[in-house]
Design a protein around this ligand. Structure first.
Ligand SMILES: [Zn+2]
Ligand SMILES: [Zn+2]
Length: 134
C-alpha cells in the first residue's frame, strides 16, 4: 500500500489516498474525452482510503450515467474523480486523474480502454495493450 497525494489546478481541492497498484488506465470513450478534453487517464484506489486534506466541499459531482458520477473542482474546473458509486459490484472504486497526482507519482500508464470510441485526431503507438471495452 502506497499513499499518493494530489490536487486540482487552483489548489482548493487536495487529497490523499492509498493505491494498491501503480497502473494507470487511459479511457478513450466519448464521455471521458468530452469530460477531460482528450482522454481520461486515472489510477484506481479504494473509496474508503480517500482523505480530503482540503476542499471536499468544492468538489461538484456530475452524474454521467445511472451508475457513475464524475467529480470536478467547482473553482477551477479540473476533472479529478470518476466514481461508479451506484454500481452494484464496483461502487468501492474511486478513480483519480493521473494528472492531478503529485510527482513523483510512482505510476505508469498500463493500458488503453474503449479504443473503439477514441478520437480521430490521434493515434496510439506506445505499444501498450488496447481494449475495445474495459
Ligand atoms: Zn480547483
Ligand atoms: Zn471512459
Amino acid at each position: 500500500m502506497t499513499t499518493i497525494s494530489g490536487k486540482c489546478l487552483c489548489g482548493a481541492v487536495a487529497f490523499e489516498a492509498d493505491r494498491t497498484s501503480n497502473r494507470v488506465d487511459a479511457c478513450h470513450c466519448d464521455a471521458c474525452r468530452r469530460w477531460s478534453g482528450h482522454f481520461w487517464a486515472s489510477v484506481n484506489v479504494r473509496r474508503e482510503t480517500v482523505k480530503f486534506l482540503r476542499g471536499e466541499e468544492k468538489v461538484v459531482w456530475f452524474r454521467s450515467s445511472a451508475e457513475v458520477r464524475r467529480g470536478f473542482c467547482t473553482q477551477c474546473g479540473s476533472a479529478l474523480f470518476w466514481q461508479p458509486d451506484r454500481h452494484p459490484v464496483h461502487h468501492h472504486i474511486f478513480a483519480i486523474s493521473a494528472g492531478s497526482i503529485d510527482k513523483p507519482t510512482g505510476l505508469a500508464l498500463s493500458e488503453h480502454i474503449f479504443v473503439g470510441e477514441k478520437g480521430d485526431y490521434y493515434g496510439i503507438a506506445d505499444g501498450l495493450p488496447q481494449k475495445t471495452g474495459h
